[in-house]
Design a protein around this ligand. Structure first.
Ligand code: SAM
Length: 170
């Protein structure tokens, strides 16, 4: 999900029989195609807040995406992730820790946590950027029925493997 320029898609494609990589930006997908284009890699241009999975997958991966999901859409987004998965499917997430705020430019008085980002040429954009502490994220995921094993990687990153908690049948 939100494959961007495909730095991870190319790695996933080494291990998977088929990969479906979704992103909203055609420019990013064009680079992803150059990097990871192969018969078993399908690139889909779509908005993940409206996209519906055409099938179920064994594995869902996203990096540097969860922090761009507005808090108001958190639960609906994780419902989409659940809809993407086979019953034994797994999820793996990489994102940034709150300490990264020190190297961002927080945007004041926004309806959601956001930062300013300057691109080549000097244009400045706002980006949603929600930095979860591992305990807070664990609590939110737990409340939605996910079993998450969150690990920090240095000061900047965390990764977590997740699966749906099985519902009791009695
Ligand atoms: C920070 S980049 C991460 C790219 C990639 N996952 C990586 O780790 O290199 C965030 C990506 O989210 C994509 N994106 C933003 N809003 C989106 C949306 N509503 N639906 C799908 N992709 C979106 C952007 O186009 C961008 O490629």
């Amino acid at each position: 999900m939100a494959c961007g320029t495909g730095q991870w898609t190319v790695e996933l494609a080494r291990h998977a029989t088929t990969v479906t990589a979704v992103d909203a930006a055609p420019e990013a997908l064009a680079i992803c195609r150059q990097r990871a284009g192969a018969a078993h890699v399908q690139l889909v241009e779509a908005d993940l807040f409206t996209w519906r999975p055409p099938e179920r997958y064994d594995f869902v991966f996203f990096s540097a995406w969860l922090s761009h999901v507005p808090p108001q859409r958190f639960a609906a987004f994780w419902a989409l992730v659940a809809d993407c998965l086979t019953p034994d499917g797994r999820v793996f997430v990489i994102d940034e820790l709150p300490a990264v705020a020190a190297v961002e430019r927080p945007a004041a008085a926004q309806p959601v946590p956001a930062v300013h980002r300057e691109v080549a040429g000097g244009q400045v954009f706002r980006a949603v950027k929600v930095l979860y502490a591992p305990d807070e994220l664990q609590g939110r995921l737990d409340a939605l029925g996910w079993k998450a094993d969150i690990r920090t990687v240095g000061w900047r990153y965390f990764s977590t493997s997740l699966r749906r908690r099985r519902r009791s049948t009695c």
